[in-house]
Design a protein around this ligand. Structure first.
Ligand SMILES: [Fe+2]
Ligand SMILES: [Fe+2]
Length: 178
């Protein structure tokens, strides 16, 4: 598949890189789920798998190819890479990372020349990706894939902080599915 042009621009953006490093430093002693770059990349890749699995399983398989498929992939990766970018602001000022993330992501997306038709949906998902497994997202949308991937990326079955985690027992992942 062709290169993801906007994703490459985001990865090269100095502010994006700095924020990722800051998240890692601020969470160095955190015992619960962290939000560093590898988490964001897990979310991108799981969301892409979920999308592809649904394409294969449904009558839509074969409908999407070439440019359409690459657009989906790039929108998924941009959103996954940006979904927790507001964490630094949350730790520093108490502002929720969804809202802070929307503000920061809007500027970053502008600066990398993100297509106008993608921008508002990506920002909507960045702002509202938290909550109970994306219940506010419509099935089969960008937000649905990102929220399910965000949840599924957590390896609760191996976590030593599971006892005091705020997730309800029923929410905790007991195995891997993607
Ligand atoms: Fe988050
Ligand atoms: Fe996350």
């Amino acid at each position: 598949m062709d290169k993801m042009v906007y994703v490459e621009r985001l990865l090269a953006h100095p502010e994006y890189r700095d924020l990722q490093k800051e998240i890692e430093q601020l969470e160095a002693d955190r015992i619960y789920c962290k939000h560093e770059f590898s988490h964001s990349l897990d979310v991108c890749r799981i969301a892409w798998i979920l999308f592809l699995e649904e394409q294969i399983a449904s009558a839509k398989a074969g409908d999407l190819h070439g440019a359409g498929l690459l657009e989906w992939k790039e929108r998924i990766y941009l959103t996954g890479l940006l979904h927790d970018i507001g964490r630094v602001a949350q730790y520093q000022t108490g502002e929720h990372h969804g809202e802070a993330g929307r503000r920061i992501a809007r500027r970053l997306l502008d600066e990398i020349g993100c297509p106008d038709v993608w921008r508002e949906e990506i920002l909507f998902v960045v702002a509202l990706h938290f909550g109970r497994d994306g219940e506010q997202m419509q099935p089969g949308t960008l937000g649905d894939y990102i929220c399910r991937a965000d949840h599924s990326s957590r390896n609760c079955f191996l976590c030593s902080a599971s006892e005091t985690c705020k997730w309800l027992e029923a929410e905790k992942n007991k195995t891997i599915t993607e």
